[in-house]
Design a protein around this ligand. Structure first.
Ligand SMILES: [Zn+2]
Length: 254
């Protein structure tokens, strides 16, 4: 079973982009990733007995802004270092990244909700990834795998749950789904390390498209699902037909 954990970024009013993104991992990797986060917590918060909720926005607080506990134990520089360590963890673990960045203006022109658009896009990409992985596995004598999507609990839960049910039954606007095992599951991000990891991915993608900050995005860019030089795992939905980002550039070559 592959598990794709997704989180959103750009929900605040001033953001010009909405992003849904996260990592698909084979089930045994979940435990390893969780252990990495726990080890990082022990290193930075040795006195904390409960689980610290890793959240990208809390590590990006600028000098002079209020810092929540327990992050206020560290300097701004240490928080940046900790953020970089989180991206190092995910870079070094196996997993395939998926992300959809939607210019809100583009969704308005299409008269669609950005969350619905992004979710449908990523479900389709994840299903295609599973089809490809299964073809390769069968060729090598392995077993077929199914996929499960997990989302953070949020205000969108009811609407996305219903959309997930409809997509599973009737397919996406592009094709039927063959490999997604169930409707999306919702879990509290506070308790789920893979969802906390997804938050860092969504944040890096949003930083790239909304904020034009490429540092964190460049760290993870090679994790997007791809076949040789074709990037399947990242979608950039924009009104700008001249965009040279890796998603748009890759689509031009197909
Ligand atoms: Zn683009």
């Amino acid at each position: 079973m592959f598990v794709l954990c997704l989180d959103e970024s750009g929900t605040q009013g001033e953001a010009t982009y909405f992003v849904l993104g996260g990592l698909a991992v084979f089930e045994r990797e979940i435990h390893l990733l969780s252990q990495d986060f726990d080890a990082l917590q022990t290193e930075y918060f040795p006195r904390e007995t409960g689980r610290v909720f890793f959240h990208a926005a809390r590590l990006r607080v600028r000098e002079g802004q209020t810092v929540e506990q327990p992050w206020d134990e560290h300097s701004n520089q240490q928080r940046i270092e900790l953020k970089d360590r989180v991206y190092e963890i995910t870079r070094n673990r196996q997993g395939v990244l998926f992300g959809c960045a939607i210019e809100k203006r583009f969704a308005e022109i299409r008269d669609e909700g950005p969350y619905d658009m992004a979710f449908e896009d990523l479900i389709s990409r994840f299903d295609l990834f599973l089809s490809r992985a299964n073809r390769n596995a069968l060729r090598q004598g392995g077993e077929e795998q199914r996929g499960l999507v997990v989302l953070a609990e949020s205000n969108y839960q009811k609407a996305i749950g219903a959309l997930g049910q409809r997509l599973r039954t009737s397919g996406t606007r592009w094709r039927s789904l063959h490999n997604v095992a169930d409707v999306p599951l919702f879990a509290p991000a506070r308790e789920t390390r893979l969802l906390q990891d997804a938050d860092f991915y969504a944040n890096a993608i949003c930083g790239r498209y909304h904020g034009k900050h490429t540092g964190d995005f460049d760290r993870i860019a090679l994790k997007f699902d791809r076949e040789e030089s074709v990037v399947h795992g990242l979608a950039h939905l924009t009104a700008d037909s001249q965009c040279p980002c890796i998603a748009c550039f890759s689509r031009l070559g197909r």
